[in-house]
Design a protein around this ligand. Structure first.
Ligand code: ARG
Length: 446
């Protein structure tokens, strides 16, 4: 029976049930554990404010623990995971099960479940992003002074290096993490107690429920809590989009630089596929999918903006449609970052090809600067070199790279500092993740 029904008579309505439940049937299975843990914390809080007796809480706790060990499969009749969990509790405990919904609504319950799920996924993504950053930094350290043409407008420009190229992505990932961290913090606030959006006439201990579930704080204003659904998801997807854009750019570079025309890098066979027709092909399908999946995250972000745009304050069923975009984007980002990490570890660097590609034209600016250092005005030196371009001399690329010794130049990449920054982020996120997991474990031991 649905939570909002007074009898079972209206359930013979397959068409409407199917339509209303939508993707919740499959998506909500991912939230099952969090719905139970949320129920446990809520019940404990109710016992502390005298709505449930201690005995009632222990009975509820025992039932919830049993359900935590069970698998769940939702059907359209279940409507969603919140209904399913309550029905299971009522089935096990009768009248006592009917008390669990005191002081809450599915509106704050769904927010709670998705926030817990998001916390878990975001910290996993942050750690994977840092692993990818570390692998890129290691690649940069190993090939710090391996010359590589630098491009602007997709045209050959100046001497660059594998070190400069690879560590650029490591630095970008660290920047992406700043945005991710900001959304993690917004997400790390407990919505529980907002109920349907207007609280309840009970002295709910919202702080206690938040603490039990490991949230840093309570998100206070009850309408504000409702209005943050979709809005927060949008911010999270913006952060994921930025991260995925970094990864997609890396993928695009690799697609080109591993092509026969360049041969700067070689992709490990296991990340490539062949053609069903052309025996000669080794295709970078995985990297192409990375690019397309980054585009899907941006599309999902736009979908969230469209769904929430123009809504009045408070809960609307429209908001259910934000769940799929969020859950799928978290999963896609995690998988994409992880596979890129593995690909970078196995990437082969073709030093000979890279060095051979650094022809004399790339050193035009080096010749200009040589004259500038002999006090020739820059514009004159520029003209002198430009008039003589056909006779330009190639320089020793490694020496040229080392001369760019300002901060962030190929001769001064500060890779050790970068390594330290990545390592400390890894440590912070590992601690955060561990804390989240141990808090939830502790909750089951109340
Ligand atoms: N499945 C619903 C959602 O995701 C749960 C909340 C339903 N609340 C309601 N008032 N109909 O939004």
């Amino acid at each position: 029976m649905k939570l909002w029904q007074t009898d079972n008579s209206k359930t013979d309505n397959q068409l409407v049930e199917q339509f209303t439940a939508g993707d919740d049937i499959s998506l909500d299975e991912k939230l099952y554990r969090y719905d139970l843990l949320g129920s446990l914390a809520h019940a404990y809080m109710l016992s502390k404010i005298g709505v449930l007796s201690t005995k009632e809480f222990s009975k509820l706790r025992a039932a919830v623990l049993k359900l935590l060990d069970a698998e769940i499969h939702l059907t359209v009749q279940d409507e969603d995971v919140h209904t399913k969990v309550e029905n299971l509790l009522v089935h096990k405990l009768g009248e006592l099960g009917q008390k669990i919904h005191t002081g809450r609504s599915r509106n704050d319950q769904v927010l709670l479940d998705t926030r817990l799920h998001t916390k878990d996924k975001l910290s996993e993504i942050a750690l994977s992003a840092m692993r990818l950053a570390m692998n890129l930094n290691t690649l940069a350290q190993r090939h710090e002074f391996v010359p590589m043409p630098g491009y602007t407008h997709t045209r050959r420009a100046m001497p660059s290096s594998v070190g400069l190229w690879a560590s650029a992505f490591a630095e970008s990932l660290l920047e992406d993490l700043v945005l991710l961290q900001a959304t993690y913090e917004l997400n790390d606030r407990s919505p529980l107690g907002a109920a349907a959006g207007y609280g309840v006439p009970l002295n709910l201990d919202r702080e206690l429920a938040a603490k039990l579930l490991g949230f840093k704080s309570v998100q206070k204003n009850t309408i504000g809590v409702m209005n943050s659904r979709g809005r927060l998801e949008f911010a999270i997807l913006a952060a994921l989009s930025t991260l995925m854009q970094t990864v997609a750019r890396l993928a695009t570079d690799l697609i080109w630089f591993s092509a026969d025309e360049f041969q700067f890098f070689q992709l490990a066979d296991r990340f490539c596929t062949g053609s069903s027709l052309m025996p000669n092909k080794k295709n970078p399908d995985m990297l192409e999918l990375v690019r397309a999946r980054a585009a899907s995250i941006i599309a999902n972000m736009n979908q969230l903006a469209m769904i929430t745009h123009g809504l009045t304050s408070g809960y609307h069923r429209d908001l259910q449609e934000t769940k799929g975009s969020l859950l799928r984007s978290l999963e896609t980002t995690r998988a994409t970052v992880q596979i890129m990490s593995a690909l970078i570890v196995e990437l082969e660097v073709n030093e000979e090809k890279l060095e051979a590609a650094c022809s004399a034209d790339l050193f035009a600016v080096d010749h200009v600067i040589e004259q500038v250092q002999k006090r020739v005005p820059f514009r004159q030196a520029y003209q002198n070199v430009k008039r003589n371009l056909s006779n330009i001399k190639a320089l020793k690329p490694r020496e040229a790279l080392k001369k760019r010794n300002h901060i962030g130049g190929s001769g001064n990449l500060c890779l050790d500092q970068l390594e330290d920054a990545i390592e400390s982020q890894m440590l912070l996120w590992q601690i955060e993740r561990k804390q989240f997991q141990t808090t939830l474990e502790k909750l089951t031991k109340l």
